[in-house]
Design a protein around this ligand. Structure first.
Ligand code: TRP
Ligand code: ZN
Ligand code: CA
Length: 442
């Protein structure tokens, strides 16, 4: 094909092939585009049953009640909590280890549960402290994180998940004495094993009765994974600021392991702006029973516990797949769509379904447009809610053929599921073409 070097002439050449197709009316009558399904989707993260998480909380409450009203380090209720969680994990096929340490003259215990398989050189960990303070049963602090991590682990077993990374879960002792158990764990890990931990996810207080939705501001990929999940639910989040370093993630962060986590608030007061966005009571603590005897099974907000439990599963499923960039799921349309010369915009649709949460920050839009003067074309990606992302502007000087390119779009503000459109408009007379195919890679 030949093009003049400059575009001053009213007459420009177009390819014989495209001209012939247009004259025959073939492009104009092309079937409406139909999206093709992705060939192989990774298993979707499960919806964690709230009832199962609450059953674990009831068990922890019973253990406290039967042991003097607490599950504190050095007390019988703590060891009973360890034994209870361990038995569930053993029955589900985990390889469990109880690690002993001494603190304040008493024996403490960490419970480690490995899910067999995955790359031993890339370990994704999730954990929670299992001890309470001595003044109460510790159901929100931190039965909530302990129960949700337990149920996420059991969901891994139910799914018989075969993640790329190795999965390891931890329940820490003596957090309330100063992160003692988690510090002991990381300090006793050989340096070679520390460097294999690609991330640690911490959950401490995730069912506060007057909840906020706080995400730790640490590793960006982990943080974004959680934010995407909540954005998909339409729930706003804030950065966790009620005491950075006040839970077990600090032990991991201190030795250079990427960390993240969720939190629904402790003794700090919910502002009226926060009550506006999340409901609940402004001017009241997120958890009025923090470190008190009233931190019982009544001290839980079910919605917060449910959302955070699902967010944990979402993060485990998402972050255990792939190395740094998970293999993409491709959604493609191969239907031809004619682009009228100097005319109205046309679109081609790809339907995305079965995903969770938002599109990635690195959504790839692969475009294959056949055209005899690509400078005529303005190309946008339109998200399901109508938000347009400009992929390419028109240019009077770009005389090359075709737009065959892959664009990276930060679509992390968009829900993944729905009808995505490639919108193409030809804004200058003479040269023409058609959308040959396009695809989205998630
Ligand atoms: N267990 C923590 C503590 O007693 C609770 C807590 C306070 C917390 N601030 C936090 C947990 C911030 C996570 C993030 O201090
Ligand atoms: Zn805690
Ligand atoms: Ca044109």
């Amino acid at each position: 094909m030949l093009h003049s070097a400059t575009r001053t002439s009213a007459i420009r050449r177009r390819t014989a092939a495209v001209t012939a197709l247009i004259c025959a009316g073939l492009l104009a009558t092309a079937a409406p585009s139909a999206a093709t399904s992705p060939a192989a989707l990774a298993a979707a993260p499960p919806d964690i049953p709230l009832a199962n998480v609450k059953a674990h909380l009831a068990d922890l409450q019973s253990i406290a009640t039967a042991n003097g009203g607490n599950r504190a380090h050095g007390r019988a209720g703590y060891k009973a909590s360890i034994d209870h969680v361990k038995a569930k994990l053993d029955a589900a096929g985990f390889t469990t280890t109880v690690q002993q340490f001494t603190s304040a003259g008493a024996t403490g215990y960490n419970l480690i549960a490995d899910w067999p398989g995955g790359d031993a050189n890339q370990v994704l960990m999730a954990g929670a402290h299992l001890d309470s303070v001595s003044s109460g049963p510790g159901i929100n602090d931190n039965g909530s994180g302990s129960a949700a991590v337990l149920e996420a682990a059991l969901a891994v077993s139910r799914a018989q998940l075969k993640p790329d990374k190795h999965l390891r879960f931890g329940w820490w002792g003596a957090e309330e004495l100063g992160l003692v158990g988690s510090k002991y764990y990381v300090n006793n890990l050989p340096a070679a094993d520390r460097s294999k931990i690609s991330g640690y996810l911490n959950f401490d207080m995730i069912g506060s009765p007057n909840p906020g939705y706080f995400v730790y501001d640490d590793d960006p990929a982990i943080e974004q994974t959680f934010k995407n999940y909540f954005a998909g639910l339409g729930v706003q989040t804030e950065i966790e600021t009620e005491g950075d370093g006040r839970s077990d993630h600090a032990s991991f962060k201190n030795v250079g392991i990427p960390v993240g986590g969720l939190f629904t608030g402790a003794s700090r007061t919910k502002s009226s702006a926060q009550a506006q966005k999340w409901g609940g009571t402004a001017g009241q603590a997120f958890d009025r029973c923090y470190h008190s005897s009233c931190d019982t099974t009544s001290n839980i907000n079910d919605t917060a516990l449910d959302r955070n439990s699902d967010a944990i599963a979402h993060a485990i499923w998402t972050l255990s797949t792939g190395t740094t960039v998970p293999p993409g799921d491709v959604y493609e349309s191969t239907a031809d769509v004619a682009i009228p010369d100097n005319g109205a915009a046309v679109t081609s649709t790809v339907t995305v379904s079965g995903r969770t949460g938002n599109a990635p920050a690195t959504l790839k839009a692969g475009v294959d447009i056949k055209h005899t003067w690509r400078g005529d074309l303005v190309v946008d990606l339109v998200a399901p809610d109508g938000t347009a992302y400009r992929l390419k502007n028109s240019s009077g000087s770009d005389s090359a053929d075709n737009v065959i390119a892959t664009y990276t779009v930060n679509a992390s503000a968009e829900a993944a599921n729905g009808d995505w459109k490639l919108r193409v408009q030809d804004v200058a007379a003479q040269d023409t073409g058609y959308i040959d195919s396009w695809k989205l890679t998630f």
